[in-house]
Design a protein around this ligand. Structure first.
Ligand code: ZN
Length: 135
């Protein structure tokens, strides 16, 4: 089996320890309304995702940073590629873009926070073992 990179694991919302198990229960296409549903433990290596009670509250800081990036990015695009439109265009477009991207921001916040602050390092041996639980 090929080694999985950190970039792969983060992009695909994979467990920080085995980089094989999914962090979230459903893909966007399966159940878009349940985008927040997170596995308690890694379905592959059984790592507990919520490292301590309230662990994911810290993901709010990542979420804030990502939201600011989306907000500034949208304003930047409007200013540079749409000829600096009226203020009302900014006031209406920016929140709509942020709302549309909210599920993505939410998921990447949790994934980045878990990888960055979960205190777990990659264990390639666990990745190779076959999953014991496929439910
Ligand atoms: Zn795992």
């Amino acid at each position: 089996m090929q080694e999985k990179s950190l970039g792969y694991a983060i992009l695909n919302h994979k467990c920080p320890r085995c980089r094989t198990g999914d962090i979230f229960r459903y893909s966007f296409l399966q159940k878009p309304a349940k985008f927040t549903a997170t596995h308690k433990n890694c379905p592959h290596c059984d790592l507990q995702y919520e490292r301590e009670p309230g662990f994911f509250f810290g993901a709010m800081y990542v979420s804030y940073a990502l939201t600011m990036a989306v907000l500034l990015g949208t304003a930047f695009i409007l200013y540079n590629f749409f000829g600096d439109p009226e203020l009302i265009v900014y006031i209406t477009t920016v929140p709509v873009v942020v709302l549309l991207l909210l599920p993505i921001i939410f998921r990447y916040s949790r994934t980045l926070f878990l990888h960055g602050f979960g205190g777990v390092s990659y264990n390639p041996t666990l990745a190779k073992q076959s999953s014991t639980d496929n439910s």
